[in-house]
Design a protein. Structure first.
Ligand code: NDP
Length: 377
């Protein structure tokens, strides 16, 4: 295996490094937090394609999906993305490394990457797709188009708080919601669940694009979200928010980070018949594929989303699902916004690399006020 590893590196990579193992936090089965295992002998990532880069991880950001994936969430779809020909062989993914955000330094480049796009030593950040090995490790391999130059004004810890939520918000608000810096002025946006990772990033991006932003959150998060620019805040712990939100002028877009019952009434807060959109990030897509298998799960998903979209279209509003999508180009734009002082990292708590289980528990407890980040080196 080591010989094959070295051979692949000679074929596609500019480096002649001989490392074959690295420290990492891995899981060998799905379960609760006690499945997290530290090892010094995780497989060193290999450049398999000439457009890949190996990043030395300095900081890793955690997201709710890490806790969910630790428990097996999305396993069926991820298995298909990793290896479509062996989708029925369970357990191939182990040892699995979690961690969806990385800030670090390029250590090795594929032959198509250097020196045009990146070179060894570049400081970069990226959101790691859930089907790839994550950043709770000393090194990670990614496609160069998933990677972007890190904002100069941020430390690695701060930078690791942004990419996954930023790529998700970009996918939901820009690609799905149709918003951009050129069409946001005076648009009224409602963010349900504004105090966590996606919310704290989205508020800042939308405000820098000139939107009017209303946010729901707990009373004790009001100061945080107002400090990020939220124009109007509704405290969901004071009672049902539907009434106070219905009393407001209607919205051009609702970003739903909460899901559940909100889906029943939140589309009714939109301006009808003028292209307004309800975009929810809380979708049953991966539960469906976990429960029914990939083919039936996707079919079920298609039927569900199509029937909901049609139902809402008849009332004059668009119903959409927002999904994370890796996007190095979006991170380039976001990096500029950060360096221009328009977006800041909201790091709630930083943990050392030996404290990964504690960091996972922190995310699992919920009530996030921004992001949890692990300092790796
Ligand atoms: P976080 O855990 O960082 O934040 C969630 C926030 O919502 C917390 O601050 C929480 O604080 C607050 N909250 C909880 N209940 C309510 C409520 N009823 N009303 C208002 N606020 C509430 O999560 P993320 O921001 O990272 O993600 C948000 C959601 O989006 C998650 O459900 C996540 O799974 C999903 N997601 C989906 C993706 C996709 O590809 N579809 C990608 C990324 C995220 P408190 O409880 O103290 O009020």
């Amino acid at each position: 295996r080591t010989a094959m590893h070295q051979c692949q590196r000679r074929l596609f990579s500019t480096s002649r490094s001989r490392m074959t193992t690295m420290p990492a936090w891995v899981i060998d089965r799905y379960g609760s937090n006690d499945v997290m295992r530290f090892t010094k002998n995780a497989g060193f990532p290999v450049i398999n394609y000439p457009n890949e880069v190996i990043i030395k991880v300095h900081a890793a950001g955690l997201n709710p999906i890490d806790v969910s994936m630790r428990g097996g969430y999305g396993a069926a779809t991820m298995a298909m993305k990793r290896d479509p020909l062996n989708v029925l062989q369970s357990g191939n993914e182990f040892p699995l490394i979690l961690g969806r955000d990385v800030s670090g330094v390029i250590m090795e480049c594929g032959l198509d990457v250097a020196p045009v796009y990146f070179k060894a030593g570049d400081e970069v950040w990226a959101a790691i797709p859930p089907w790839k090995q994550g950043s709770l490790a000393e090194f990670v391999v990614l496609n160069a188009n998933e990677v972007s130059k890190k904002p100069k004004c941020l430390s690695h810890t701060e930078a690791a708080a942004i990419p996954y939520v930023a790529a998700t918000a970009w996918s939901a608000l820009v690609n799905t919601g149709g918003l951009s810096m050129d069409n946001c002025a005076k648009k009224r946006i409602l963010i349900l669940g504004g105090s966590g990772g996606v919310g704290t990033f989205s508020i800042q991006m939308l405000k820098s694009w000139g939107a009017h932003v209303t946010v729901t959150c707990s009373q004790n998060a009001e100061r945080l979200v107002r400090g990020l620019g939220a124009d109007h805040v509704v405290d969901y712990t004071a009672g049902p928010v539907r009434g106070p939100l219905t009393a407001l002028e209607k919205f051009d877009l609702v970003l739903d980070n909460v899901g559940g019952a909100t889906e029943g009434w939140a589309p009714g807060l939109l301006k009808p018949w003028c292209g307004a959109k309800y975009v929810t990030l809380v979708t049953p897509f991966l539960q469906n594929t976990d429960r029914l298998g990939v083919a039936d799960g996707m079919l079920q998903t298609g039927v569900t989303v199509a029937s909901k979209a049609l139902k809402h279209l008849s009332k004059g509003v668009h119903y959409r699902w927002g999904m994370f999508a890796p996007n190095g180009l979006a991170l380039d734009d976001i990096s500029e916004m950060v360096d221009a002082g328009k977006i800041r990292a909201v790091v709630e708590e930083e943990f050392g690399f030996s404290q990964v289980p504690q960091a996972m528990l922190k995310v699992e407890r919920g009530h996030a006020r921004g992001k949890t980040v692990v300092s790796v080196s």
